[in-house]
Design a protein around this ligand. Sequence first.
Ligand code: TXA
Ligand code: MG
Length: 323
Amino acid sequence: MTANTRILRPDHDGVAEAARFIRAGQLVAMPTETVYGLAADATDGEAVARIFAAKGRPSFNPLIVHVPDLAAASELGGFDDTARRLAERFWPGPLTLVVPRAPGCPVTELATAGLDTIALRAPSHPVARALLAAAGRPLAAPSANRSGHVSATTATHVAADLEGRVAAILDGGVAPHGIESTIVGFDGDDVVLLRPGAISVEVIEAIVEHPLRRRSTGESRPNAPGQLTSHYAPRASLRLHATHAEPGEALLAFGPACHSTGMIVNLSPAGNLVAAAANLFSSLRCLDAAGVERVAVMPIPAEGLGTAINDRLHRAAAPKSIE
Ligand code: TXA
Ligand code: MG
């Protein structure tokens, strides 16, 4: 993917170089106060697709979007009084808030896995903050490790997992907390603990003034309706591995489109998996918005990002009672 990974010093020049990579749609591993993050421009669908490719993730999980402060966060998500109070008390710092996506939010749908919510956090680490300032973009960043490996807390750990898969690693030494951020979401008046982490529940409860509801992010649990992390499911029914579209079906194409008399949405006319991943959620939404009921989906190669794309399409094609 990326032949040589540059190890950058966390000084002015190193951060400027890292910001150039980010603005060019490349990946940069950055230190944060929790663990190292694998950062990309959150507004660039193909850059975010490269995160999933580099991690070797077989599915699209929503990512945390990093911002400098509450003002920047408020352009991306909706903050009610409680969310605002938590941000004002704990930002910058290791608390992630899952809030509704703001209308016109420029973050690519791939970063939020098509959800109507967005996970936001303002990190306190000076190198992460310097990169956010220099890049001038919100940064989507999961932990900088290969899928299934533990989170990386040093640049050496990052390199062991991601050498040759990222443009650069900003070496900021040891990540101080060594454990991920605490994630909370909001459900009516309830504040819901989605992942325990660097900020303790008791400290958050003291600000919220009532107990947090416990609920796991359900990374490996089946989706249930109403679950905060439930994945975006299109209304239309999908027929996979289609060689043509039947009358009455729309076509979701990949590469040169096969025969169809109906609406055609192409994930990537060039047959590029990075582009297809970047377009996946917006394409499904586009078909739903057009009121399409049945969609024929052309085969997607089961390699690289194709595995994650197929995972999403299979779930979308499953009977709706299971979703
Ligand atoms: O400390 C951290 O949080 C680190 C540093 C780099 O910031 N990042 C991190 O990211 O741990 P990651 O991708 O490894 O974990 C993100 C978690 C996932 O469990 C994901 O399901 C959850 O955040 N998440 C993201 N967006 C969400 C959303 N809209 N709703 C519910 N959960 C969400
Ligand atoms: Mg992780």
